[in-house]
Design a protein around this ligand. Structure first.
Ligand SMILES: [Zn+2]
Length: 150
């Protein structure tokens, strides 16, 4: 019975968008690590992306309000830092969504999301947020953000 509910919670959280990149959910981002049921409450384990990323508080609030809207009140959200979040937790599909959204997905090689050229220049270590760097493509001249690889 609980396992059905746990599946439902995974589905609900998969509808909570990342506050910075609305095309991907907090589940796709890989920050929701585990959901279990103990002590009469759903235990939701969250691993923040970049330490000190201001988005963490936002997505925890978003998760809380999503669950409450769906009449789930008996839950605890715990933040765990080990193992540390890594961009490897993003699936290939998620990285493709990022690219379509115009953000160069995490990878060792920065590739322009518009024309796929790797002929790019780093403009700034920090984009709109600390998790991203800002680049410009030397082929199509489009500026773009790159999700940093960690
Ligand atoms: Zn380009």
């Amino acid at each position: 019975m609980q396992s059905g509910k746990i599946k439902e919670i995974w589905k609900l959280l998969d509808s909570v968008p990342d506050p910075e990149i609305p095309v991907i959910s907090v589940v796709e981002l890989g920050v929701v690590r585990n959901i279990s049921f103990t002590n009469n409450a759903y235990q939701i384990l969250i691993t923040p992306t970049y330490s000190g990323c201001p988005a963490v508080k936002t997505f925890i609030d978003d998760i809380k309000s999503c669950l409450k809207t769906n009449k789930i009140f008996n839950f605890d959200i715990k933040i765990i830092y080990a193992p540390a979040w890594t961009t490897d937790w993003m699936s290939v599909e998620t990285k493709e969504k990022l690219r379509k959204y115009g953000i160069s997905p995490p990878s060792n090689k920065v590739v322009c999301p518009q024309c796929n050229s790797s002929n790019t220049v780093l403009v700034s270590e920090f984009g709109a947020t600390a998790c991203k760097s800002f680049h410009k493509c030397s082929e199509c001249l489009e500026p773009f953000e790159h999700f940093k690889c960690i």
